[in-house]
Design a protein around this ligand. Structure first.
Ligand code: B12
Length: 456
């Protein structure tokens, strides 16, 4: 029986939480759905062993026949190290995920084969070739095939102690073309949806408690609004509570928001990204209409949906003043949670090429390309100013006073509208706010939240 070693890695930022082990770190550990999917595609005559470096480091004394690693940009450096060591030992190494697809040449220097795109459709072919000793260097999956996905094999993570493995996909990709996003080029700017009956099948098979709580990992769950409405209608009888990610144009369609809420949507991560129109135009983020931002938040709140707002800083039109204006927007709209990220040109995207050409990249160390380090020279700020600005806005938003106000508001919402969903929203808001505060408290002592640009 051939042995395959599946590996999922952890980026520098998350690893940084380990040594001091702030309370709650365990809640931030999530399993790799990619590996659970690939395991479901692997024939029974293979023995699978899984290592997740969030839990234990790779054991190089293991002697697998094949090593398969899922690789995003910020973990690519570690993937290369591991690939090199196993290759030296004569073990075949395969990479899949965003980074090898976007940077194939570089990735192949540290692996024997890469899969570009979905594992579905290519993994079986790769294993056949491997058995015959004829591994090709590239396997490219067809982005036009329907999303006929098997139920993920969550059993491979037995004993790993993840709090929640209730991850389900309803679609892949996104048709928008925001210049800084790597999802769009990875999926050839296409969006594919799964048959709704398969989504329901997978929801019914999730393993973690509470089984009614689902994370839809789609990049943009409302990318195809017609499909989303059909899906939400079909979810209503299941009485689940779910969270996901969506674009801000959800606020332009009240019926969609209402159906999302009725189907159990408790919270959405929304990429507002900037409150500067010129930044959004520069980044081709045309679906974000600043004039509608407040209306969108109001509408989601009307239907009891909690918001995590994602904002990116470092765009060419960003000035120091943007931090204050953004905080004003967050305060006025009473958004529950906020994530500030550094503009990060992901290798393999157009914006990366532009920054490289303009000599505005401060480092080529991809472990810093995790949206938590500043890796660019901003146009209208110094690296120090952007660092201080992100620290300031994160600390202000997570001040004791603001945090208390937000959680008390959710508590009264729960009292007025008692339900499991509103209770979970209250607990969720409290937990996410405490987690952010905890990070700031624990990590800012050595300047690690957000990571000090001087460390790079
Ligand atoms: C869930 C999620 C997380 C979870 C991760 C859980 C985990 N252990 O994997 C959490 C919240 C922890 C997380 C953290 C981060 N994330 Co995240 N995350 C996602 C999200 C929303 C879904 C990922 C997912 O499960 N997709 C479904 C699976 C099935 O798809 P997949 O992983 O792409 O795998 C398919 C193919 O790529 C391929 N494949 C993948 N790996 C392999 C390996 C082999 C061997 C083979 C054959 C095939 C193969 O086959 C799979 C299909 O079956 C995506 C957005 C998205 N929709 O993709 C962002 C995304 C992956 N995350 C991203 C980022 C930036 C991060 C963070 C750096 C954020 C941060 N600042 O901390 C960290 C990095 C975490 C790390 N491991 O180091 C970016 C990655 C960009 C990039 N180019 O690297 C994405 C694309 C978001 C975005 N739009 O920018 N994330």
């Amino acid at each position: 029986m051939k042995k395959i070693l599946f590996i999922s890695l952890i980026n520098d930022y998350l690893t940084a939480e380990k040594p001091n082990s702030p309370k709650g770190t365990i809640f931030l550990r999530f399993p790799s759905l990619a590996l659970a999917n690939i395991a479901a595609l692997t024939p029974k005559n293979y023995k699978i062993k899984v290592i997740d470096e969030q839990i234990s480091p790779v054991d190089f004394n293991l002697n697998p026949d094949l090593v398969a690693i899922t690789v995003n940009t910020s973990v690519s450096k570690r993937a290369y190290e591991i690939g090199d060591i196993f290759k030296k030992k004569g073990v075949k190494v395969v990479f899949g995920g965003f980074h090898p697809a976007l940077m194939p040449k570089e990735s192949l220097k540290h692996s024997d084969a890469i899969i570009i795109g979905d594992a579905e459709g290519s993994w079986q072919e790769l294993l056949n070739d491997f058995e015959k000793g004829r591994l090709k260097s590239k396997y490219i999956s067809d982005q036009d095939i329907s999303l006929d996905i098997k139920t993920p094999k969550w059993e491979i993570f037995k004993g790993f102690g993840y709090i929640n493995t209730n991850f389900v996909e309803t679609s892949r990709g996104c048709t928008h073309n925001c210049k800084f996003c790597s999802t769009s080029p990875f999926y050839n700017h296409k969006h594919r949806t799964r048959p709704i009956k398969d989504v329901i099948r997978d929801i019914k098979k999730v393993k973690s408690f509470p089984k009614k709580f689902i994370f839809f990992v789609d990049d943009n769950i409302i990318c195809d609004k017609k499909y989303a409405k059909k899906l939400f209608k079909a979810l209503i009888p299941l009485k689940i509570i779910w969270i996901s990610q969506a674009t801000t144009d959800i606020g332009e369609d009240e019926e969609l928001v209402k159906l999302a809420s009725l189907s159990g949507c408790g919270g959405l991560f929304l990429g507002f990204d900037s409150i500067s129109r010129s930044n959004l135009i520069d980044m081709s983020k045309n679906h974000n209409k600043i004039d509608n931002y407040k209306k969108t938040v109001k509408l989601l709140h009307k239907y009891g949906i909690v918001i995590e707002a994602g904002f990116i800083f470092g765009f060419d039109n960003d000035k120091k003043e943007n931090f204050k204006e953004t905080l004003k927007f967050l305060t006025e709209t009473e958004i529950e949670s906020f994530l500030a990220m550094y503009l990060t040109p992901i290798p393999g995207t157009k914006i990366y090429d532009d920054y490289k050409k303009e000599k505005r990249l401060l480092t080529y160390d991809y472990s810093k390309y995790d949206f938590r380090h500043n890796v660019i020279k901003p146009k209208n700020m110094t690296p120090e100013e952007i660092y201080n600005g992100i620290n300031w806005i994160s600390s202000e938003f997570n001040s004791k006073k603001r945090m208390a106000k937000r959680t008390i508001k959710r508590f009264f919402y729960f009292i007025k509208n008692p339900s499991i969903k509103s209770l979970l929203q209250f607990i969720g808001t409290l937990a996410i706010n405490l987690a952010f505060r905890n990070r700031i408290k624990n990590l800012s002592k050595d300047g690690t939240f957000p990571r000090d640009f001087r460390n790079i």
